[in-house]
Write a protein of this length. Structure first.
Length: 137
């Protein structure tokens, strides 16, 4: 079994934002040489998440609207006394900082309308990392 690691480094420009990283993840799977296995996509941040969904501008705006409604960034969370980003920590904890996808015949398995996104909830950030690990044979 082999393991391949790839780091995606990106910047975000808004407090809330979805960044499509599908191409970079698929490229990592290709470069890994793994034919059958798993691909982990992980954001090592306490204020971001990874999701899979359709890349359609209206839906992206809808997701951001729902994330804001759900995490309530203007609420007086206790953590905001330390750092004004409790909503982003809550969002990361509930939406998850990782997703796992199958790799079959050297290709990432995802639905027709499933792209992979970093969900920024505490931006803008100069550097965000996403770790892609592909394991298999």
């Amino acid at each position: 079994m082999k393991a391949y690691f790839h780091d995606i480094v990106l910047s975000t420009s808004k407090r809330f934002e979805l960044i499509d990283i599908t191409h970079e993840v698929e490229e990592a799977v290709y470069k890994s040489g793994v034919k059958n296995g798993l691909c982990l996509v992980f954001a090592p941040h306490a204020t971001a998440a990874i999701v899979a969904n359709e890349h359609e501008s209206g839906l992206i705006e809808d997701i951001i609207t729902k994330v804001k409604e759900f995490t309530q960034p203007d609420r007086r969370w206790r953590h905001n006394i330390i750092d004004d980003n409790a909503h982003a920590h809550i969002g990361s904890a509930l939406f998850s900082a990782d997703r796992v996808f199958p790799v079959r015949n050297g290709r990432l398995v995802r639905g027709t309308w499933q792209n992979i996104f970093l969900v920024e909830m505490d931006g803008p950030r100069h550097r965000r990392h996403v770790v892609v690990e592909v394991i298999g044979e």
